[in-house]
Design a protein around this ligand. Structure first.
Ligand code: ATP
Ligand code: MG
Length: 143
C-alpha cells in the first residue's frame, strides 16, 4: 500500500526556562492510502503535538521541530517553504483542532466553515460548493 503520510524520527521539543520538554521524541508513523489510524495515549503524551508538527503549526517559541521527516505524498513538508505549506494546509491535510468551542467559530454553522475550505482551495462555483457542503453535512449528520 502506498503511504500518503509518513513521519520518520520526528522530534519536537519545547525549550522552556525550567528545561527541555521532549513533547514528540522520535515518532515514526505511516498512513496508507484509504487507511485510518488512531493515536492513543494519556494526556500530555504528545498526540496533538505530533499532529501540529505534521501541519507545521507548533507554537514557536518555545516549541521547535528539531529533527525528523514528514513525508506527504513523498514530499518532505519540513523542507518546503511556508507559502507551499499554506497550500497543503486545509487542502491536502486538514485538522480539526481540540476544544471545538475555541477552534470552531460558534457564529457560523459547521457547513459554512466547511465551505470556506472549498472556497479557498478549489476553483468551484457557488453551486458546486453548496453541493459539496450538503454532502459533508449529510455524511457527518451536521448542519
Ligand atoms: N508551550 C509549551 N511549553 C512547554 N511544554 C509544552 C507546551 N505545549 C505543550 N507542551 C508539552 O507537550 C507535551 C505534549 O502535549 P500534547 O498537547 O501533544 O498532548 P496530548 O497527547 O495531545 O494530550 P491531550 O490528550 O490532553 O490532548 C505535554 O507534555 C506538554 O507539557
Ligand atoms: Mg491533544
Amino acid at each position: 500500500m502506498d503511504n500518503v503520510l509518513k513521519t520518520e524520527g520526528l522530534k519536537t521539543h519545547f525549550f522552556t526556562e525550567t528545561g527541555t520538554v521532549r513533547a514528540v521524541d522520535g515518532v515514526d508513523l505511516a498512513v496508507g492510502s484509504g487507511e485510518t489510524i488512531g493515536l492513543v495515549g494519556e494526556s500530555g503524551s504528545g498526540k496533538s503535538m505530533t499532529a501540529l508538527s505534521i501541519m507545521r503549526l507548533v507554537p514557536s517559541p518555545p516549541g521547535k521541530i528539531i529533527s525528523g521527516k514528514v513525508l506527504f505524498r513523498g514530499r518532505d513538508l519540513l523542507a518546503i517553504d511556508e507559502s507551499e505549506m499554506r497550500k497543503i494546509r486545509g487542502d491536502g491535510i486538514s485538522m480539526v483542532f481540540q476544544e471545538p468551542m475555541t477552534s470552531l467559530n460558534p457564529v457560523y454553522t459547521i457547513g459554512e466553515q466547511i465551505s470556506e475550505v472549498f472556497r479557498y482551495h478549489r476553483d468551484m462555483s457557488r453551486g458546486e460548493i453548496k453541493e459539496k457542503r450538503l454532502l459533508c453535512c449529510i455524511i457527518f449528520g451536521i448542519r
